[in-house]
Design a protein around this ligand. Structure first.
Ligand code: XMP
Length: 513
């Protein structure tokens, strides 16, 4: 396996991403957790130093353990990683003086050939992405220059005999188009065969869970979403019935969703499951509430309360399992308040482990979303389930602006089901990041048959997005929209008007509240 030592770059996790695309298993560890004992235990086959915001010549600058250079394994230093390598091995690094470079730059090769650069420079200079204030002013003994840019005379340096490579730019970002090739060359030089698969990950993860948990009990909060489901199935495979899942049903789920979750986990996977049907509690507390923030806070507070109650009913669980993903783990290392890795919990049970005195089991911590989906497929979860659109923790509450009533929720559920059915029938589901119906807090007049109607209006929403942070509305054809509006009004009693939301994010958000 490969070790990435993190010096705090904003893009460190992209290094892991590039390596996994090459079927190479790696782990990222912050520099302050990596000492010689760690290296001896980890036994990396190659090491990458990430970039970072510090300057090597300031006191207390983050450093790798000295022993890393004596391991006899290939090392690749990136940006700050290059500078720290030069600094440790006898070179020199300087700050500023007009040589900072941010953004696109072009690297020109020197006449010497370097296997790390196979596939580079075939058509002249290569575009790279730079982001540095300091620069190497003298390379360390044994190193040679293989590429220069206008502001980085040592853009690519290497000591090929020791397999030490150091570049000033960031090969992991898309703005360095040949960056993936550079990583491919590096792992080939390090002797990786690219045989890491999700199957291997599954075995490793199972062994780790067993080692962590021993014979203790684990409780897992199940939302019905992909992440917590994959985590639960994986943990169950590792420790069997030491795991109990708690599925808090807040009464704000989609049509048939609670039944699906319960039947999948109980019947298909035989996982002990507490189905906490607390809809009366949640809907009671939400009665008369129309402020979006009050709704969210009410749901969040009750969720924690209810989850805690049911988790306690299992008796003596020492571990809480969560489907935390890699992007949820903030890897940037803080230099001002002392180096630490902070975890941002996206899950509704955030804060609970400390409160309940539980330890966390997070078997997906090293994976990206698409890798979790791959692991889910590996575990045999149905494809239709794995490809589902994201669904927010507060559920239909934030798709029902204004006051929530059971009548409105019922209309919304049925309309949403027709809308999604339409999208699937037209083969559009996988092109869309998220699609849903929302019920608007108003009634409008219509005419059906020979009679007057006075019913609810619906908004349909569909967006494309990469990460949910920004989004475009989906450009359905007028034919599709007309057909869908007709179907909803014909099939769902209580709706007589349908709007399509053409707002992107920003300025809108994906959900209505
Ligand atoms: P917005 O509406 O903020 O949504 O543009 C961005 C993405 O996040 C989802 N979302 C949530 N997910 N708990 C969640 O687990 C929440 O409270 C929550 N609010 C929004 C939303 O569905 C979209 O995918």
């Amino acid at each position: 396996r490969l070790l990435v030592i993190d010096f705090g770059s904003q893009v460190t996790q992209l290094i892991a991403r590039r390596l996994r695309e090459l079927n190479v298993y790696c782990e990222i560890h912050p520099f302050n957790k990596v000492d010689d004992a760690f290296l001896a235990a980890f036994q990396p086959k190659a090491v990458i130093f990430s970039g970072g915001p510090a300057s090597v010549y300031t006191t207390g600058a983050p450093m790798p353990p000295k022993g890393v250079f004596d391991l006899g394994v290939p090392i690749l230093g990136i940006c700050y990683g290059q500078q720290v390598m030069m600094h440790c091995l006898g070179g020199h690094v300087e700050g500023g003086h007009g040589t900072a470079e941010f953004g696109r730059a072009f690297v020109t090769p020197t006449p010497d050939k370097l296997p790390l650069l196979d596939g580079w420079f075939a058509a002249g200079d290569e575009q790279v992405w730079m982001s540095h204030g300091d620069h190497v002013s003298k390379i360390a003994p044994g190193f040679q220059v293989y590429g220069t840019s206008p502001n980085a005379p040592f853009a690519i340096t290497a000591d090929p005999a020791r397999h030490f490579y150091a570049v000033q730019f960031h090969p992991e970002v898309h703005h360095t188009p040949k960056g993936a090739k550079l990583y491919e060359n590096f792992v080939r030089l390090a002797g990786f065969t690219g045989d890491w698969t999700m199957g291997a990950y599954r075995e490793e993860a199972i062994a780790k869970i067993r080692a962590q948990v021993g014979s203790e009990k684990v409780v897992c909060g199940l939302s019905g979403g992909v992440d917590s489901s994959v985590a639960a199935v994986l943990i169950h495979e590792a420790i069997g019935d030491q795991l109990t899942c708690v599925f808090v049903d807040h009464g704000l789920l989609r049509l048939g969703e609670a039944e699906q979750v319960v039947s999948m986990f109980r019947d298909t996977y035989n996982i002990p499951l507490i189905h906490a049907d607390e809809s009366a509690l949640f809907l009671g507390a939400l009665e008369g509430v129309s402020d979006p923030e009050v709704k969210r806070k009410t749901i969040g507070r009750l969720f924690i309360q209810v989850f805690e109650k049911h988790a306690k009913s299992i008796g003596g669980a020492k571990f809480l399992a969560q489907g935390t993903l890699y992007p949820d783990v903030i890897e940037s290392v803080s230099f001002s308040g002392g180096p630490s890795v902070t975890i941002k919990s996206h899950h509704n049970v955030g804060g609970l482990p400390e409160k309940m005195g539980m330890k966390l089991v997070e078997p997906l911590r090293e994976l990206f979303k698409d890798e979790v989906r791959a692991l889910g497929r590996e575990l045999g979860l149905p494809a239709s389930f794995i490809g589902r659109h994201p669904f927010p923790g507060p559920g239909l509450a934030i798709r029902c602006p204004g006051e929530i009533t059971t009548e409105k929720l019922d209309i919304l559920r049925r309309a949403d089901a027709v809308y999604i059915d339409q999208i699937r029938k037209h083969g559009l589901y996988d092109e869309i990041w998220q699609a849903f119906a929302a019920i608007l807090p108003m009634k409008t007049v219509g005419v059906m048959g020979d009679g007057r109607t006075y019913d609810y209006a619906l908004a349909l929403r569909a967006v494309t997005s990469v990460d949910g942070m920004t989004a475009d509305y989906y450009p359905f054809t007028h034919g599709f929209l007309g057909e869908t509006a007709t179907r909803i009004i014909n099939e769902v009693k209580g709706v007589n008007r349908v709007f399509y939301d053409c707002t992107s994010k920003p300025p809108g958000t994906i959900e209505l509240e």
